[in-house]
Design a protein around this ligand. Structure first.
Ligand SMILES: Cc1cc2nc3c(=O)[nH]c(=O)nc-3n(C[C@H](O)[C@H](O)[C@H](O)COP(=O)(O)OP(=O)(O)OC[C@H]3O[C@@H](n4cnc5c(N)ncnc54)[C@H](O)[C@@H]3O)c2cc1C
Length: 399
């Protein structure tokens, strides 16, 4: 169910294993995706897919200073290529691999597990049966059960692709996080911190996006827009032409799904967003092949497995105990970061990006094995200034 990046990634792999797939989505699978997806280039290189990048930057920086004196305006160079997917190329390359499958434009409204099969009822009145159903309908799936751990923190952003009175970032530059707060009032500095994510697309076009990493309730879009404007205004930059506006809102720390449920999920519906960064597309591309392989093997098993057993096989792959432990660590980290004021948050990120590159990039991609992840987190604690260490242990709100 679905036709976003998660659905296409998993369907492409299932087809490769010779499984018969019917896909239901509320729109045709070639409808352009509304979001722009970014990724560190190395993640795609390791999958042999770097040609899917539409833009690639080597000049990648962040700002964690106070933005006042010269020292506070110095960027940290990441020395690591970042890219944006060519949306059409990514979608087309996945769809090409989904050849021969039955695509139906349908909106699922109810799912009943019958035993050997599961039936999906659609708002059109049609229904479909399958041995196993994979819900890839996104973060707000109504079908996947997960525990209620209280309010969920959401990443929110307001961005503009456009032309500006003067360049908002240096020529050829990608800015992962610009946390400089010097345009904020005293009152705003006491509110949740936000940062600028920005890049030069060439030919006088730039993308600038004010982002709240994670906040509950979510940071309002109207306030993000105001903050973006005041940040640009403080640098003497005006928006001259808006080519495209992006409104971003998705959950960062959705609880993990109940892994005993007889319905499987993939992507946002399976809580696969990285809770510390908000990225997911790299994980979809990396994790779909193993899930498809294990499902294909389970489908052939005798005696025949029912829907619940097939789903359990899938959940065990998607959320192995190693991945669950890592997820808990990331969620713990995010909760701590959400309690930091803007000064401590800047100090934290400045330290984080002083870790060896293999450590911070592995942390952000979720590719470090659990023992290594623990070592990196301890190393981060060790090299952090005292106020950040205290915040990591207790959280600021509890001090
Ligand atoms: C604005 C924005 C920017 C993001 N940027 C990045 C980024 O740069 N890098 C990154 O890695 N991640 C990014 N993310 C996070 C994440 O990768 C995306 O949210 C991603 O789109 C989630 O993929 P998905 O396929 O799980 O869900 P979606 O992309 O939301 O797709 C869900 C699909 O299910 C269909 N559907 C929904 N309900 C039903 C139903 N009942 N029946 C049938 N079909 C249904 C929808 O029509 C859609 O096709 C971003 C998210 C947002 C919102």
């Amino acid at each position: 169910m679905g036709a976003g990046p998660a659905a296409l990634c998993i369907v492409a792999e299932l087809v490769e294993h010779g499984l018969k797939v019917t896909a239901l989505a509320s729109h045709t699978p070639d409808k352009p995706w509304p979001n722009t997806y970014g990724i560190w280039a190395e993640e795609l290189e390791s999958l042999g897919m770097a040609s899917l990048l539409g833009h690639r930057w080597s000049n990648t920086v962040s700002y964690f200073g106070n933005g006042i004196e010269e020292e506070g305006n110095k960027p940290i160079s990441h020395d690591f290529d970042y890219g944006l997917f060519d949306q059409d190329a990514l979608q087309k390359s996945l769809l090409d691999r989904c050849r021969g499958i039955d695509w139906r434009v349908e909106t699922a409204s109810e799912i009943r597990v019958l035993g050997a099969e599961t039936e999906v009822f659609c708002s059109s009145g049609n229904s479909y049966r399958a041995r196993v159903v994979i819900d890839a309908s996104g973060h707000r799936s109504q079908f996947i059960k997960r525990p209620d751990h209280g309010p969920v923190a959401e990443q929110a952003a307001y961005g503009v692709v456009g032309r500006f009175s003067s360049p908002p970032v240096d020529a050829g530059q990608f800015v992962l996080m610009d946390f400089r707060p010097n345009h904020l009032t005293e009152f705003e500095r006491c509110q949740p911190p936000t940062f600028l994510y920005a890049m030069d697309f060439g030919e006088g076009i730039f993308f600038v996006e004010e982002t709240s990493l994670a906040c509950s309730p979510p940071f309002p879009s109207s306030k993000l827009r105001e903050r973006l404007q005041s940040r640009l205004a403080a640098r003497g930059v005006e928006i001259r032409e808006i080519i495209h506006e992006e409104h971003c809102l998705f959950p960062m720390n959705l609880p993990l799904p109940d892994r005993s449920q007889p319905l499987l999920a993939f992507g946002g519906a399976a809580s696969m967003v990285h809770p510390a960064s908000g990225y997911m597309v790299g994980a979809l591309l990396r994790r779909a092949p193993t899930l498809a392989k294990r499902l294909a093997a389970a489908m052939k098993q005798k005696p025949v497995l029912d829907s619940a057993a097939l789903s359990r096989t899938g959940w065990d792959v998607l959320w192995s105990s190693e991945l669950v432990q890592r997820h808990r660590l990331y969620q713990f980290g995010l909760r701590r970061l959400m309690s930091f004021d803007e000064e401590r948050l800047r100090s934290f990120f400045e330290t984080f990006f002083h870790l060896p590159r293999k450590d911070w990039s592995g942390f952000l991609a979720n590719t470090l094995p659990l023992p290594k992840l623990l070592i990196v987190m301890l190393k981060l604690f060790w090299i952090s200034p005292w106020d950040v260490r205290v915040g990591m242990i207790f959280g600021i709100n509890s001090l």
